[in-house]
Design a protein around this ligand. Structure first.
Ligand code: ZN
Ligand code: ZN
Length: 133
């Protein structure tokens, strides 16, 4: 084993901690050794140092099903019109509370990207109020 490959428990923890991930089981030094890791949502999975460094996050967090999408939309009164496949970046067709239909991915909606038509209306009203005042 070369020095470069020596990934200690400390090094593994060091890379996981900023992401909110925890090391459950350390299985030995080495960049390709798979350790048991717990993600910030409490999912347990196996990941090696090298893959994590390349951005391999928890698969369970990455896969967003139709149920996840509905759960995300429902509290905001948005409806899922067309589900187009699992994944945080898949764009689905949804409907806002004012019946506008548009496309949005799980990630974007979670980052508070809301209906563009409604946003436009609000800013238009604001602009108009400004003129009146
Ligand atoms: Zn997870
Ligand atoms: Zn709208």
């Amino acid at each position: 084993m070369t020095r470069k490959d020596a990934i200690t428990r400390e090094k593994m923890i060091e890379i996981l901690t900023p992401e909110g991930y925890n090391l459950k089981e350390f299985r030995g030094n080495g960049g390709k050794t798979k350790h048991v890791v717990i993600c910030d949502k409490g999912h347990e999975y196996e990941c090696c140092y090298e893959n994590f460094q390349r951005g391999y996050i928890c698969k369970l967090c990455f896969i967003k099903t139709e149920k996840d999408m509905i759960e995300l939309l429902s509290p905001e009164n948005f409806k899922l019109k067309e589900f187009r496949g699992n994944g945080v970046r898949t764009k689905h067709l949804i409907e806002c509370p004012n019946k506008h239909q548009y496309e949005v991915s799980y990630n974007s909606f979670q980052q508070r990207h809301r209906c563009g038509f409604c946003a436009e209306k609000i800013s238009f009203r604001r602009r108009r109020n400004k003129i009146i005042c």
